[in-house]
Ligand binder design. Structure first.
Ligand SMILES: NC(=O)c1ccc[n+]([C@@H]2O[C@H](COP(=O)([O-])OP(=O)(O)OC[C@H]3O[C@@H](n4cnc5c(N)ncnc54)[C@H](O)[C@@H]3O)[C@@H](O)[C@H]2O)c1
Length: 288
């Protein structure tokens, strides 16, 4: 399908990611239907988006006309059929459970037009685990946005072994048309590219600290003052949650069996003590 044939977008799941992805598409001029199984989630999405978009108007990032225009193009519903029956491109952003996603994709396959691309925003589930639930695996791929989707520019487009070149290129072009910078992964790999780079940095930082080479504060300084990173790795791990980072490393280790990918001991200790970072008041740093 050429990008010119993408006129209507449906976003399924109106949580933290789905609501912002929908707004990004609507701001770019696309009519968007947003579907969720929960009325409560839909009203929360409306409320949170109103606050977020108003803030951006106040800051001068978007004009009142742009934001009003986006609202006029967004509709919210719990009815999946209504949401996708005339959609050319569907972006799924529901709960991170493979069974729920497979069930949804089987229904999308029945309800969405035959030409429509079905993309998943999943952070960890590669689309080959979902595509088989449809009769159109060549039109299924990952389209991975970063949080917050209204702000973060990168989108990772990941092909499964059945994804067609046409689907990949249409998805890449759609990402560009909604103001994002897409990158293409021609093969599936867990963690995709950006999060794998980040985990490699975290792992090396943890090893340097664990071996007594340098204090964690100084390793953070090396990252900010020499590499120009906005935050050092220990600050960032505390910010995203040491529990989350522990789980991600544990999963990479379980998938590959590679001992180099095992979560470093110091991270495991922090995890076991419940020192998860900012959210618990203590991680590598202490927070008041
Ligand atoms: N939060 C992040 O930082 C982030 C970043 C990138 C990608 N993702 C991915 O985006 C997806 C959504 O994450 P989130 O953080 O927005 O989650 P969330 O919990 O904020 O929202 C999920 C929404 O999906 C709805 N839902 C659940 N089952 C559904 C179904 N069968 N049909 C329709 N709606 C359904 C829920 O009611 C909820 O509103 C996940 O796959 C996640 O891996 C998350």
């Amino acid at each position: 399908m050429p990008i010119e044939a993408v006129n209507r977008i449906a976003v399924v799941g109106s949580g933290a990611m789905g609501s912002q992805i929908a707004a990004v598409c609507a701001l770019a001029g696309y009519p968007v239907r947003i579907q969720d199984i929960s009325e409560e989630s839909l009203s929360k999405a409306r409320k949170v988006l109103t606050e977020q978009l108003e803030k951006r108007v106040e800051k001068g990032k978007w004009t009142r006309e742009q934001v009003d225009g986006a609202w006029s193009r967004m509709t919210f519903t719990t009815d999946l059929e209504e949401a996708v029956r005339d959609a050319d491109f569907v972006i799924e952003a529901i709960i991170e459970k493979v069974d729920a996603k497979r069930e949804l994709f089987a229904r999308l396959d029945e309800l969405a037009p035959a030409h429509a691309v079905l993309a998943t925003n999943s952070s960890t589930i590669v689309s080959s685990k979902i595509a088989g639930a449809t009769r159109r695996p060549s039109q299924v791929c990952n389209m991975h946005f970063f949080n917050p989707a209204l702000v973060m520019e990168l989108v990772e487009v990941v092909m499964n072994p059945d994804t067609s070149e046409d689907t990949a290129q249409t998805t890449m072009e759609l990402a560009r048309r909604i103001g994002k910078t897409p990158i293409l992964l021609r093969k599936e790999i867990s963690g995709f590219v950006a999060n794998r780079l980040l985990m490699a940095l975290f792992r090396e930082a943890l090893h340097l600290y664990e071996q007594g080479i340098a204090d964690f504060r100084d390793i953070d300084l090396a990252a900010t003052k020499a590499l120009n990173h906005p935050m050092g790795p220990f600050t960032l791990m505390d910010f995203t949650g040491l529990d989350v980072n522990y789980y991600v490393m544990q999963q990479q280790y379980a998938e590959t069996g590679d001992p180099n990918l095992k979560p470093p001991k110091i991270l495991q200790e922090k995890f076991e003590k419940g020192e998860y970072g900012r959210k618990t008041g203590k991680g590598f740093y202490a927070y008041s």
